[in-house]
Design a protein around this ligand. Sequence first.
Ligand code: ADP
Ligand code: MG
Length: 225
Amino acid sequence: TEEMLRKSEKLSVVGQIAAGVAHEIRNPLTSLKGFIQFMQSAAVNKQEYYGIMMSELSRIELIITEMLMLAKPQMVRYQSKSIEMIVKSVVTLLETQAHLSNVQINLVAESNLPLVLCEENQLKQAFINLIKNAMEAMPDGGQIDILLRAEGAKHVRVVLQDRGNGIPEDVLARLGEPFYTTKEKGTGLGIMITYKIVEDHNGHLLIESKVGEGTFVTVTLPIHL
Ligand code: ADP
Ligand code: MG
């Protein structure tokens, strides 16, 4: 009946939200675990990692705060930011994990890139999702190249290239579908969330891949005029 249909729709929305929250919180938690493992195993200058660990904890706090605000209209604050600063901080955040997986992240940015109008934490989440996918596609390690450049007069472009296992066409066609994953421990939410974030920024996401060669992800964002 109609009533039953509505109820099951509601349940699936609750389920989707729960899975989404779990996914968003797992990223900073995994990163924190990585830092703690790293600090246990190596003679590192621990002091410099505390700041990053604190900011990871702040992210978890922020996500939970936002979830509690879901009932109210969400307050999203768009600000003029440097895309290089955003991508750099994401790379710093994932560096320990990358190191443990034998992955090198190589970031090259054109100078004097214009600013983008964005919700910083959302954009960070989008790049975390993409870089994590790139790392997970290279189980034996390797290099991820990230290039930041201007695209025409009105856009900036972030190109991420991995040399991982690549994406077969049938998988490529289903990317962005919630919960579609080929990984044992995947959630299949990363790409969907990333698409949504990029679209919310009036941007464009393109994924190109060749099995056995690797994957190019291109994120194009309008600059803040
Ligand atoms: P998850 O990472 O949890 O599986 P995602 O939405 O992030 O979910 O990705 C969905 C699927 O897309 C992955 O399971 C994987 O098969 C594929 N994929 C995404 N990015 C890449 C990549 N860089 N290289 C290879 N496969 C990828
Ligand atoms: Mg993923």
